[in-house]
Design a protein around this ligand. Sequence first.
Ligand code: NAD
Ligand code: AKB
Length: 325
Amino acid sequence: MPRETKRILMTGAAGQIGSELAQALRKKHGRDNVLVTDLVRPPAALAEAGPFELLDITDRSALDGLIAKFGVDTVYHLAALLSATGEKNPQKAWDVNMNGLYNVLETSRARGLARVFSPSSIAVFGPATPRENTPQDTILDPRTMYGVTKVAGELLCDYYVRKYGLDVRGCRYPGIISHMTLPGGGTTDYAVAIYYEAVKRGRYICFLREDTRLPMMYIPDCLKCTLDLMEADFGRLNHHANFNVTAMSFTAGEIAAEIRKHIPSFECRYEPDSRQAIADSWPASIDDSTARAEWDWKPDYDLAAMTVDMLAALKKRQAAGTLGP
Ligand code: NAD
Ligand code: AKB
C-alpha cells in the first residue's frame, strides 16, 4: 500500500484544468503540500497562494531536482499541447507530450514515487472507432499528433505499471468546460468560448458545424473524476491510465439553444474551420461503464445544470470586471 499522499507536484498548473485542480488539491492536502509548476507563471492568485516554480517538463534534471527538493510522492502531470495547437506544430507536440510524460514516469520510477496522474483524451479515437457510445476497449486510430501522443502515452503508462509496479492512473477526458481559465488550443474550446461570448456580446461565431456532437464534462465533474480516480482502491482497477469518462454529449446547435433559454437574444453563426475535421474524427458519445464499475465514477452535471452555473459565474465575473473586453 502506498503511504498517505502528502507532497504533490503538479505540471501544467497555469492551464484550464491545472489551475482549478491546483486549488482543489491545495484545499484537500494543504497549500504547502502542493508545488505547482508550469512553463509560464499562472495568475498571482495561484502562484502566490502556495509553492510555485517555473518548470519546462522537457527538462528532466530540473523536474528531478524539484521532486527531490520538495520531497514529492505524487505527481499530477497536466502539461501538454492540445489538439489544435498540436496540429500547428506536431514536432513540438510530440516533444512536450511524449518526452514530458517519459520524464515524469522515469523520474517517478527512479525516485520510488507513490502515484502519478496522467490524463488522456477522447483524441485517442479516430474514424474507425465506433462513434456512438464508444466502448472502453476499442480501435484507437487518431488522426492528430495530439491523439497519437495520447495513445502512446496510455501505453507508456501501462508499461510502467506492469514493468515497474509504478501506480499510474488516468482517464480519457472529453471536452472540459469551465469559467476560470480559458482553454489552451483544443477542438472542444468552442463550448467554453460560446458561454463567454454569449455573456460579453450576445453573439458567437462557432468554428464547428451546428450538428457536430461531442462528449463533454463540466469542470466540477472533471475535478471529482480526477480526485476520485486517484483515491480508488488499486486492487479494483483492471485499467489504469485509459478510463473512458463522460458526463454529457451535445451538438453546437444544442448548446446554443440551451444558452438561448437564458439569453433569448443570443445569436450563433457557424463557420467551420480546420478543427471540423478533428471533431469529425472523434466520438459523439462515450461508454464509461468501466469507470463506473471499477471506481464508482458518476457525473453530477448535465447540459442544463452546467449552463445555469456557467452563465451565473461569468455574469458574476463580468460584474466584477474580470471577464475581459
Ligand atoms: P492547457 O493547454 O489549458 O494547459 C496546459 C499547460 O501546459 C499550459 O499552462 C502550458 O503553459 C503548459 N505547458 C506547455 N508546454 C509545457 C512545457 N514544455 N513544460 C511545462 N508546462 C508546459 O491544457 P488543459 O486543458 O488544462 O489540459 C490538461 C491536460 O488534460 C492535458 O494533458 C490535456 O491533454 C488533457 N485534456 C484536456 C481536455 C480539455 O478539454 N481541457 C480534454 C482532454 C484531455
Ligand atoms: C482538445 O479539444 O484538444 C481537448 C481534448 C478533448 O483533448 N479539449
